[in-house]
Design a protein around this ligand. Sequence first.
Ligand code: ATP
Length: 233
Amino acid sequence: MIQFEQVSKVYPGGQKALLNVNFHLEQGEMAFLTGHSGAGKSTLLKLITVIERATAGKVSINGHDIAKVSRKHVPYLRRNIGMIFQNHNLLMDKTVFDNVALPLVIEGFSHGEIKKRVGAALDMVGLYGKERHSPVMLSGGEQQRVGIARAIVNKPPIILADEPTGNLDPKLSMDILRLFETFHDAGTTVLIATHDLGLIARMKYRTLTLRKGTMVGGETDEPLTPNMAEVTR
Ligand SMILES: Nc1ncnc2c1ncn2[C@@H]1O[C@H](COP(=O)(O)OP(=O)(O)OP(=O)(O)O)[C@@H](O)[C@H]1O
């Protein structure tokens, strides 16, 4: 589903963010992406969403080389990807409904269809009945769930999350991960970038580990060797 072959990324200032990264995420797989601050996690996610382009190597989604996607077609590619951010990027002057509806409005769905889908997405994240609230009236965990509802409202086959539990306590973090698990159970491919090794350790998924831009563990779906376990600690 998502494949990196010898992918490198050097930013215009010369900063090397990724070096010869290889991995393949199967359709419907759920995996974690970890590594120290500055290891390249966000850059890797930005290459998948074409916020950044690779300097070398090949990034493919469903077998399509995304270097060949023209700027005009990038929005169509992004419709297949639900992106979740640590700071959830909500519009604070809009209601919960309007925030979640945004991707559907952009895609031109009818009012009736939007209402139905937003209701279903809010139900799924446990926020049914909060449509008319402003995000500022919600707790941090609830705001994060609004961001998740917005990411999944158009039922994308891929979910990417960048530190989705960064500001949350352990119980809420676990709740959010269980939510990702329900999307995974429904067949969605899920990749979660996180520093939270405690959280990763409690779940059974493959962990891709970056160190200074190089993938040092999890490239294959083999179980971690003791050495790799050391690296991820
Ligand atoms: N737009 C940019 N221009 C120049 N260098 C950048 C840019 N974005 C990231 N970098 C550099 O690329 C490297 C990888 O950054 P990235 O944000 O991908 O790391 P990260 O693992 O997500 O870090 P964190 O966990 O702190 O968010 C870092 O050295 C960073 O300074």
